[in-house]
Design a protein around this ligand. Structure first.
Ligand SMILES: *[C@@H]1O[C@H](CO)[C@@H](O)[C@H](O)[C@H]1NC(C)=O
Length: 352
């Protein structure tokens, strides 16, 4: 799915917003016209001719794509249509020959890029374990199983397909890796972004539905980063009509410091299911910076945290005199508490 992420990143960075706008963040929205084609032996030549560049996504049979994923692909196809980029889906099993032909660049005009989706990644050895541990910004799910043939693993893999590619699923069959992660056989752990301690799915054995329910229940994280490839999903999942939004540039010293404080406050409040803070690194969305500064009346060259009403984009921001006036953890915690209590609200400043 990296191909799709890459394209969506492009979309977030480079595309202006055509048509319907999402209040507050103004993302482009899908116009409803289907553009992504199912590529088969019969139509692959035609598909290749139809655009200068054809992005192909190989998908596994039965690996049902979620509605969200489809929407994101359609949106990418819509925005990149003018740039001559088309999108095709190839069934990796039913159309194995076609997939192979296209993968070898056997087309006449288009330049296909194939991306094979796999909903579960395997962790073997210290190197991969280290890479797994370094994933901080994304939620992650990991299970320890006997092997690929185990029924428990199959259920895990089926659940993974439902969340792919938004929530990465990992599995290990290696007892040493499992020990380091303190996983017992058939145990499944969910890590929220930025959290050091996982949540464990306790009841056993787990069916697909049970695993999916567990992930669904915990996927709204206390602190989550707004990412181009999942920005709609994140923005739509609001806290009763509002979002707590923190702008902080990770590569900037003040932004970094503010983010560390924010992570600490999030860890202290992770038991609160009502709280979810969206972190936006303005560097990820350079073309939206002027728009956000104007809409919210803030200066994004330094960290900001505020409450945004998703209906009318009305907002209030934590007062900070300048970049030397960052709140400490206690102040930030108190401010967030006041937001949750409704004491700080977009409606309390005479309606603007
Ligand atoms: C958001 O704004 C709308 C429209 O102004 C208002 O009706 C609603 O109460 C606000 N929501 C919150 C949670 O403040």
């Amino acid at each position: 799915m990296w191909g799709c992420r890459w394209l969506l990143a492009l979309l977030a960075l480079g595309a202006s917003a055509p048509g319907g706008a999402e209040e507050g963040l103004r993302f482009p929205s899908h116009d409803g016209a289907p553009r992504v084609v199912s590529v088969t032996a019969l139509n692959h030549r035609e598909a290749l001719r139809s655009s200068a560049v054809l992005a192909l996504l190989l998908h596994r049979p039965g690996g049902a794509r979620s509605e969200r994923e489809e929407r994101v692909l359609e949106l990418a196809a819509q925005v990149l249509e003018d740039k001559g980029v088309g999108f095709g889906l190839v069934d990796a099993e039913k159309e194995a020959d076609t997939a192979q032909k296209l993968g070898k660049g056997g087309g006449h005009h288009g330049n296909p890029y194939g991306v094979l989706e796999d909903p579960v990644e395997f962790i073997e050895g210290d190197h991969e374990l280290h890479a797994f541990e370094n994933i901080e910004e994304d939620p992650k799910v990991i299970g320890y199983f006997e092997g690929e043939e185990s029924e428990n693993f199959k259920a895990f893999s089926a659940a993974a397909a439902e969340f792919h590619p938004y929530i990465p699923f990992f599995a290990t069959f290696d007892p040493k890796v499992a020990r380091k992660l303190t996983l017992k056989l058939n145990e499944i752990d969910f890590y929220e972004p930025f959290m050091e301690e996982p949540l464990t799915l306790l009841t056993q054995p787990h069916g697909r539905e049970e695993i999916a329910r567990f992930v669904e229940e915990h996927k709204r994280a206390t602190l989550r980063k707004l990412k181009p490839e999942s920005m709609y999903e994140t923005w739509e999942d609001d806290m009763e009509g509002i979002h707590i939004v923190a702008f902080a540039e990770e590569d900037d010293p003040d932004g970094f410091e503010f983010l560390e404080i924010l992570k600490q406050v999030a860890r202290d409040n992770t038991e609160n299911p009502k709280l979810s803070i969206i972190w936006i690194d303005p560097e990820d969305f350079p073309l939206l910076i002027p728009f956000w500064e104007k809409t919210f009346g803030i200066d994004l060259s330094r960290p900001q945290i505020g409450v945004v009403n998703v209906t009318d984009a009305d907002s209030v921001w934590l007062p900070m005199a300048d970049e030397n006036d960052l709140p400490d953890a206690a102040e930030l915690d108190a401010w967030i508490g006041a937001v949750l209590e409704g004491e700080v609200s977009t409606e309390s400043d005479d309606g603007h």
